[in-house]
Design a protein around this ligand. Structure first.
Ligand code: 6PG
Length: 230
């Protein structure tokens, strides 16, 4: 599946592009399937996009009762820690929208990582019980090393081919993360990379141009799945 690359020349245009992509996908998906499962990415890049989604102008466009929020990865810290992706999402989005608490599925970074990963995977399985097990939209970031979610270069997480949620190490800080895996990411109906800045644009160019998979960034193993014929 060929990626649809959209380039914005200013931050505000970039935010508008990103939030309108999410809003339109949410409206279309809810019309089709009555619910929309959205996986949030972490880090700092998506913050203005989440603030845009929760702005008075946009939040009324979304049917939050039918939107279900998941996380693509989490640092193994408490939800109150400044490094927590959940904390960032609460402050930029979740605390400003009328979404039922039961529609938010938090990765529990404060408990033992393997236990947290297994618990999250069973929450996902329970959510998709009786439905096709695939997220509607997954937002992903991109690291300067080409990692995405918490799938870092040369880490065991890159080879996980069955589980949807695993603990994986951030080799730069020797700290543990929880992350969705390629099976979980690549089954999504829509995958949206939110990338900003000159530095990362070279990585994006490599990913798009090098169909042979070189130089082997983790983000290059993200592959959209063609929608099964209706
Ligand atoms: C995280 C992420 C990670 C992030 C990239 C980019 O928990 O940090 O999920 O994959 O998206 O590292 O981070 P920035 O957006 O902060 O550059």
């Amino acid at each position: 599946m060929k990626p649809d690359v959209q380039i914005a020349s200013t931050e505000s245009e970039w935010v508008k592009l990103a939030s309108s992509t999410i809003i339109s996908q949410s409206i279309e998906t809810i019309q089709k399937r009555r619910l929309f499962s959205l996986v949030l990415s972490g880090g700092s890049t998506p913050e203005p996009v989440y603030q845009s989604l929760s702005s008075p102008k946009n939040r009324g466009l979304l049917d939050w009762n039918r939107i279900y929020i998941f996380f693509g990865d989490e640092r193994c810290v408490p939800p109150t820690d400044k490094a927590s992706n959940y904390k960032m999402a609460r402050e930029t989005l979740l605390d400003s929208i009328p979404i039922p608490e039961e529609n938010i599925f938090r990765m529990r970074g404060e408990i033992e990582p393997e236990e947290a990963a297994m618990a999250y995977e069973s929450e996902i399985n329970h959510f998709f019980a009786g439905k096709e097990k695939r997220f509607d939209t997954i937002l992903l970031g991109l690291g300067d090393d080409g990692h995405t979610a918490s799938l870092f270069p040369n880490t065991p997480g890159l080879t996980e081919s069955h589980r949807w949620v695993i603990p994986n190490e951030n080799p730069y800080s020797n700290s543990m993360r929880l992350t969705l895996t390629y099976p979980a990411i690549n089954s999504a109906r829509q995958i949206v990379f939110l990338v900003k800045g000159e530095k990362k644009s070279k990585i994006v160019a490599d990913i798009i141009q090098n169909q042979d998979g070189s130089p082997g960034y983790p983000a290059q193993r993200v592959r959209g799945k063609e929608d099964s014929p209706k």
